[in-house]
Design a protein around this ligand. Structure first.
Ligand code: G3H
Length: 225
């Protein structure tokens, strides 16, 4: 279930926002406005508890921040793919650097997502893990060196080799898997560099979520492409 428009930008709200979900809705609306104005695909990844509120109030692609590779039953504190799908998500992150899984768990999560009809973005930290994750057949890999996350130093210029290397490695394993990159992305030139390295878009957080005006930050990101 790859997205129709290109590039794909996913704004991960992490746990930056507190409250009843209204702030997540506001950022989701900003994603929608900028997406329509610039004809780019912009999705949002709120906390689990905000998925339903965001998805029911804003017509924007919503991604869960994680799912577990389980079926419903005797499990406590886990996240069912079908439940986030029913809440309105169209996809999910898997193995985010801040929510690491074993390779076996990633495999189960990707399978559970597929069964529920969710698109998958598997996060990786280097070229080898990008290749391994591609073998599990997700829709996207998101390569994110953890040391650059939240720094404002863009992976696309600080470590272009890991992006290009992941693009090439993933292509060798499975040509259908697209590559996003993330960590420190906030400006138009960061996105431009990411696209030039062969990525299909970006996964980002702080540059938008912590901006004084998230909609303006998103506009700055996409207005040059
Ligand atoms: O999910 C997003 C990534 O971890 C990147 O975070 P960042 O844009 O704050 O560096």
């Amino acid at each position: 279930m790859n997205s129709s428009k290109s590039p794909l930008i996913v704004v991960n709200l992490k746990t930056y926002l507190q409250g009843t979900g209204e702030k997540a809705v506001t950022i989701a609306k900003a994603c929608k406005n900028v997406s329509e104005k610039y004809n780019v695909d912009i999705g949002v990844s709120p906390q689990f508890c905000d998925i339903y509120q965001v998805a029911s109030q804003v017509d924007v692609p919503v991604y869960s921040q994680h799912i577990d590779g389980i079926d419903g039953g005797s499990h406590t504190g886990q996240i069912l793919a079908q439940c986030v799908k029913d809440a309105g998500a169209i996809g999910t992150l898997v193995n985010h650097s801040e929510r690491r899984l074993t390779l076996a768990d990633i495999d189960s999560s990707v399978k559970a997502a597929g069964k529920a009809g969710l698109s998958t973005i598997v996060c990786t930290n280097n070229v080898n893990t990008s290749a391994s994750a591609a073998s599990l057949g997700p829709d996207y890999i998101a390569i994110e060196p953890p040391e650059l996350i939240g720094t404002g130093v863009p992976v696309s210029s600080a470590d272009p080799q890991v992006v290009k290397g992941s693009v090439d490695a993933v292509k060798n394993v499975n040509e259908d898997v697209k590559v996003l990159c993330g960590a420190g992305i906030s400006k138009g030139e960061d996105l431009q560099a990411a696209l030039e390295l062969g990525s299909a878009g970006v996964l980002l957080a702080s540059g938008v979520v912590k901006a004084e005006d998230p909609e303006k930050a998103l506009e700055h990101l996409v207005s040059q492409i």
